[in-house]
Write a protein that binds this ligand. Structure first.
Ligand code: SAH
Length: 211
């Protein structure tokens, strides 16, 4: 695949992407813009790629599944934990539009700087430096929360910061091997669905893994 359009057609053909509005969002968000130059030629392949400091940008199919699970809508206030390259954040920013708000938290300084530069054009996005395993209590509650690093368990802080009837998408399991979970808050309680096996870098923090 040699263009973003071809990549999106691939994601549709495999049904990783299904929702028409999200297909448009992926068309608008060029993955190549978020890839370090050394790996640019692989930008449109369905594969994870290195970013900085041993971290990764997820495979497009995983970004598609997570975005379909989150179902971000115009005007919503969303929290992302793990800004990384900024690609997943840009996808969400396109979905929530100018009236929405995305807070994306990154704990590795080099990636915080990288994501802030990549996302500077998105006025609805704020990149925050810190430990996202604790969420962002001062901006809570959220219409949706997405965690793009693997956690040992669903952090209580994140579930507490989710609005009723809203969605938390998070990989949960071992340090480098997890189940992608969709957790909905129904009558204040978690209703959990397991979506697929994934391999994310660990969520390192107070409610994540030890460094
Ligand atoms: N969403 C990113 C993928 C990020 S990879 C993208 O689209 O490219 C996971 C990121 O989570 C890494 O950048 C890592 O530094 C970050 N991370 C790990 N633990 C974290 C924590 N406790 N708080 C915030 N970010 C964290």
């Amino acid at each position: 695949m040699s263009s973003n359009h071809e990549l999106v057609e691939f994601l549709r053909s495999r049904a990783w992407l299904k929702t028409l509005s999200l297909i448009k969002v992926f068309e608008k968000t060029d993955r190549a813009k978020f890839i370090p130059p050394a790996y640019a030629e692989h930008a449109y392949l369905d594969t994870p790629l290195p970013t900085l400091a041993g971290q990764t940008i997820s495979a497009p199919s995983v970004v598609a599944v997570m975005t379909e699970a989150l179902q971000p809508k115009a005007g919503q206030k969303i929290l992302e934990v793990g800004s990384g390259s900024g690609y997943q954040a840009a996808v969400i920013a396109e979905a929530i539009g100018a009236k929405g708000r995305l807070y994306t938290v990154e704990s590795v300084p080099a990636l915080f700087d990288y994501a802030r530069k990549k996302l500077a054009a998105y006025k609805s996005v704020e990149v925050v430096y810190g430990d996202g395993s604790l969420g962002l209590p001062e901006k809570a509650p959220f219409d949706g929360i997405i965690v793009t690093a693997g956690a040992p368990a669903v952090p209580k802080a994140l579930f507490d910061q989710l609005k009723e009837d809203c969605r938390l998408v998070i990989p949960v399991g071992q340090r480098y091997f997890q189940d992608l979970l969709l957790v909905r808050k129904v009558d204040g309680k978690p209703v959990t669905e397991s979506l697929l096996p994934v391999a994310f870098v660990p969520l390192v923090g107070k409610q994540g893994f030890k460094p």
